[in-house]
Design a protein around this ligand. Structure first.
Ligand code: OXD
Ligand code: MN
Length: 605
């Protein structure tokens, strides 16, 4: 491949960027260095090169125009939490929910790993911006990677390329992100289709210097460093220092039949339907949902009106494919019709993609995500964490303010988890501090987005357990401080939802497009149009206030959806207390007070 003949100092005048690139080149010893401009021509060139090396397949141009298909190594298919580290100076600053290694020890290991690791490869330098260009919300990062797959994905997922450098003034800081698949090539050695090095896999974050190093994995969450690593783990630390919030939240706009519009942000653990909710197609006449983002929200108080505003720092969707269909999410099915990168789905004989749950009649002949044929009836055709990477601008329900540098004003924050019992369909917190407790005490059944035991219940505060870059006890305190700063009247109202409650193994609530009914209740509640019943856990809707018009659901089922089993909640409060106890003196006193008050309400009311 021909590399562009560009002098580094013609490309950027930021002296620390120039020094860093040279340092990394010396350390990693690539064959050549390529400075990414972010153009379509560059994207095409990389794709052609990967296709010629047998690393990707072109999909059917008529059915999936401009789209490509990758398979990954079978050992490199999800985020690996056991190989993810927060390397703060003190162990206590990483907290009990993160793996910790001292910066010195980790740096020693990384220097050894990265030394010469790009031999035989091209070193790509990828400038990117998280958040709208020129917005006060936004942060600039530069990823160096030896993976062209990463370059192509970053071009979709972020504002990427030369235009970003125009916003990086000479003295301005950027967040350095270094990534390698971790497989150097000997002279003339042929590359494997999907290089990775699972035995040396390591994703290390340095909150004190605000830098990221990722070695040995090519999988999105471990390799696209703008996403979970920067926009959540490092950003959460910056947010604490700078008094804002970096959250694992979707952002949606909801418009009533009268034309009134509000924005909600909602946190759910991985693979619990955030993308589906963000792009929900309403089943209620006149109600409309528009999408600002499906995974990450950065929230700040406005200097003008004191209210909380949010931006989506990303520019694309890196969504879980299995379970996605015209029934569950028609908007995303439209979004991924073209210009999309698919990873670890199944390939049909006419070069289209397929995954479990896509249609009722799967094609008879396919090649599965491992490249094997004749799998039907035996195992999954697609990996349960198979993904699509697709530009946000292709979303038919994209909100007009998705790229607004001022963000959108948030009226409600919603916390959800995957719970087949105990937690009701929807309820409202008493106030911000109680809402913070609801976020902190969220638990959910595990999904395939991370390696671990499927279905097992785990505490996942604010859906941030895998993504908070510092001690979560301090993170709870940061939320409480944000509440004080905002003042109750300026702050969004906080709600809890659970679409997944079951009886005899069947879901009680239909979910998907019907979730608009719950969002409608929240909308009306914020407007002061709905009373609610005060219960020990929060404000529950009056059953007749939930709009179930046209829905085949019995009063008995609704009662079950809203029922509160006080004993189960008392057991829950023990679990929460046990989970909280690991934070020791870092747990804000307010969280203990919330547990005590919950127990008093459960036993006395
Ligand atoms: C994701 C995740 O990829 O949460 O968004 O795992
Ligand atoms: Mn996520």
């Amino acid at each position: 491949m021909l590399l562009q003949e560009v002098c580094l100092d013609q490309w950027t005048s930021n002296p620390s960027l120039i020094t860093w690139i040279k340092e990394i080149q010396n350390l990693c010893q690539p064959d050549s260095v390529y400075l990414c401009d972010g153009s379509f021509a560059e994207y095409q060139m990389l794709i052609e090169r990967m296709a010629s090396e047998g690393k990707l397949y072109y999909l059917n141009e008529e059915k999936r125009s401009g789209s490509i298909y990758f398979r990954s190594d079978v050992d490199d298919v999800a985020r690996v939490e056991e190989d993810t580290f927060i390397c703060s100076k003190n162990k206590e600053d990483a907290g009990p929910t993160n793996n910790w290694k001292s910066p010195e020890e980790m740096q020693e290991k990384l220097q050894e790993y990265f030394s010469g690791c790009m031999r035989g490869r091209v070193m790509y330098v990828i400038p990117f911006c998280m958040g709208p260009l020129g917005s006060k919300f936004s942060k600039i990062g530069v990823e160096i990677s030896d993976s062209p797959y990463v370059v192509c994905n970053m071009r979709i997922m972020t504002r990427m390329g030369k235009e970003v450098l125009a916003y990086l003034k000479d003295e301005e800081k950027f967040i350095p992100c270094l990534h390698s698949v971790g497989v150097p090539l000997a002279y003339g050695e042929k590359d494997v289709p999907w290089p990775c090095n699972p035995s040396k896999r390591c994703i290390a974050h340095f909150p004190d210097t605000k830098s990221i190093f990722s070695f040995g994995s090519g999988y999105g969450g471990n390799a696209l460093l703008g996403k979970k690593c920067l926009a959540l783990r490092i950003a959460s630390v910056m947010a604490k220092e700078e008094m804002w919030l970096a959250e694992h939240m979707l952002i949606l706009g909801i418009t009533s039949p009268e034309g009134e519009k509000k924005y909600f942000a909602a946190a759910f653990p991985s693979a619990c339907g955030k993308t589906n909710l963000a792009m929900l197609r309403s089943t209620l006449p006149g109600w409309k949902i528009e999408c600002v983002g499906d995974d990450i929200a950065w929230l700040r108080f406005s200097q003008e009106d004191g209210k909380l505003y949010a931006v989506n720092p990303e520019a694309g969707f890196f969504g879980v494919a299995p379970g996605t269909s015209m029934e569950t999410n028609p908007n995303v099915m439209k979004t991924i019709e073209k210009n999309t990168i698919f990873t670890n789905v199944a390939l049909t004989d006419d070069n289209d993609v397929y995954w479990e749950g896509m249609s009722k009649n799967p094609p008879i002949n396919m090649t599965d995500w491992r490249g094997e044929r004749g799998f039907l009836g035996k195992k999954n055709a697609s990996h349960p964490n198979a993904r699509f990477t697709t530009p946000i601008t292709q979303c038919p329900s994209l909100d007009e303010k998705w790229n607004d540098p001022n963000g959108v004003c948030i009226s409600a924050i919603i916390f959800g988890g995957r719970r087949d019992d105990v937690v009701p369909l929807v309820f409202q917190s008493f106030d911000w501090d109680h809402g913070t407790f609801l976020g902190a005490s969220t638990s959910s059944q595990m999904t395939a987005a991370a390696q671990g035991e499927l279905g097992k219940l785990r505490q996942d505060p604010f859906a941030m357990k895998p993504f908070c870059g510092y001690n979560m006890g301090k993170y709870f305190d940061h939320w409480l401080r944000m509440g004080k700063k905002g003042g109750e009247k300026n702050l969004p109202k906080i709600f809890s939802v659970n679409w997944f409650r079951k009886e005899s193994d069947s879901f009680l609530w239909p979910g998907f497009g019907e979730n608009i009914r719950v969002l409608k209740w929240i909308f009306e509640r914020i407007n002061g149009d709905r009373d609610a019943e005060k219960t020990p856990i929060g404000y529950i809707p009056k059953i007749e206030d939930l709009d179930v018009n046209g829905l085949d659901i019995s009063k008995k089922t609704l009662e079950k959806l809203f029922s509160i089993d006080k004993n189960a909640y008392l057991i829950e409060s023990d679990e929460i207390e046990k989970f909280f106890s690991q934070f020791g003196s870092n747990l804000p006193y307010e969280m203990k007070r919330q547990i005590d008050n919950l127990r008093i309400r459960l036993t006395k009311e």
